[in-house]
Ligand binder design. Sequence first.
Ligand code: NAD
Length: 424
Amino acid sequence: MGEKSSRIQDFHKMSFEEKLKIVKEFSNLSDEEVNLLKSMGSLDRKIAETMVENVVGVMPLPFSVAPNFRINGRDYLIPMVIEEASVVAAASNAARFMRDGNGIISIATDSIMIGQIYIYGVKNISFASQIIYENKDEILKLANETDKYLVNIGGGAKDVEVRAIDTRNYGKVLCVHLLVDVKDAMGANTVNTMAEKVAPFIEKLTEGRAILRILSNLADRRIVRTRAIVKKEMLGEEAVELIAMASEIAASDPYRAATHNKGIMNGVIAVALATGQDHRAIEAGAHSYAARTGRYTTLSFWEKDREGNLVGTLEMPLAVGIVGGSIKVHPITKIALKILNISTAKQLAEIMGAVGLAQNFAALRALTTEGIQKGHMRLHAKNIAVMAGASYEEAEKIAEIMVNEKNISFYRAKEILEDMRKKS
Ligand code: NAD
C-alpha cells in the first residue's frame, strides 16, 4: 500500500469508470464497495434510522477523491464530500506542489479532550479548588469506571484542572476540567458520560451545584501541526512574496482571516464529511482556537524561508475519530476510511490538517495571481446553467459555451438555453 503512488496525471480528465478503477486498485476495494460507490447514494432505511430520528429520505452529496497527496512520507488518495465546485480540483492541484521528499509533514498530539463541570454556589473558590485537586485520583477513578474499554486500550481520564470563571450576574463559577484521552474516537459521548458521572462527587466536595456537564469543543489539547514547502522554482519568486504578504494581511485583519480560514475548512470539512465526522464540532473548535488570544486570526501562516521557498504552517484542533458516532454505521464512511487505509484517529487528524493546508495554498495562489473567479466559475458554470433552467445534459453544453466565451453568468446561460431550445 505504502509504495503505491497517488500522483496521477490527468485524473480529472478520466471517465467515471476509469477513476473508480484507480481508486479500487489503490485502496483494494471489493466489488461490493465499488458497486456501493457506483450506486450514487443509496442508503438502507434501517441504517438511516439507526443514525438519526424522523427520517423521510436521504440526501446524497458527491463523493470525490483528490489524488497527488503525499503526507508524512506516504501517498494518499483523499476522499472528499462537498457541494462546492472547485474545492476538490484545487486540493488535487495544490498537493502536486507539496510532494517533494516526505511531502506534507503533519503531527497530531494525543487525543486529549476536555470535559467541563461548572459548579455554582461555591462559597470559597480557592479552598474548593484545593479540595478538588486533593481528590484528583478519586475523580479520575470514578470517571474511568464509565468506559472500561477505553481504559484497557490506554485511554481514559488522565488529569483534572480547576478554573474560576467570572460571570456578569452570578459572580464566580467554579469550572472543573477533566482531561480525557479518547484515543480513536471523537470522544464527545465518552467525555460527557464521564462529566455526568463525576459531577455529584464534585458537588459534594465543593458544596456547590453542577449546572453544566459536557465537553468543550475548544479542543486545544488535541492539536494538529502541519507544515508544507513549495519550492520557489515551481511557484515563481513573485508568487512566494505575494502569498506571504497575503498571509500577513489575513493574520492582521479578522475580516480577511475569516475567509482565509474558510479556505482551510473547505478541505478539512470535505474530508470530515466523507469520513463521518461531527463537522460542527470541528468548525466550533477551529474558530474558537483562531480567537483564543482574544483576537480572531488565521489558523495557518505562510512565509519565505532562507532559500526563498514558500513555507506554510497550520495549527488547529481536530477532534476526529475512526470509531464512534456514525462512523462504523454508514457504509460510505467505512469506504472512505478504507481508501485512507489508516488505523488511528491521530492519522486522520494529520491527513485533515494536510488537506486544509493544501486547500489554503490553492486559494492563496489563485487569489494572488489570476484571481479566484476564473478557475472557480469555470467549474461552477454547470451549476449556473442548471439554475437557469437547463437539464443536466443541456448544462454541459451551455457551460462549455460560456467557458469558451469567458462569460459565465446566469443571464448568459438563460440566453444560450433559449437559443438552444428554439433550434431543437
Ligand atoms: P461513541 O459514544 O459512539 O463511541 C465511543 C465509544 O467507542 C467508547 O465508549 C469507546 O469505548 C469505544 N471505542 C471502541 N474502540 C475505541 C478506540 N480505539 N478508541 C476510542 N474509543 C473506542 O462516540 P464518541 O466519539 O464518544 O462521541 C462522538 C459523538 O458524539 C458524535 O456523534 C458527536 O456528534 C456526538 N456529540 C457531540 C457533541 C459536541 O461536539 N458538542 C455533544 C454530544 C454528542
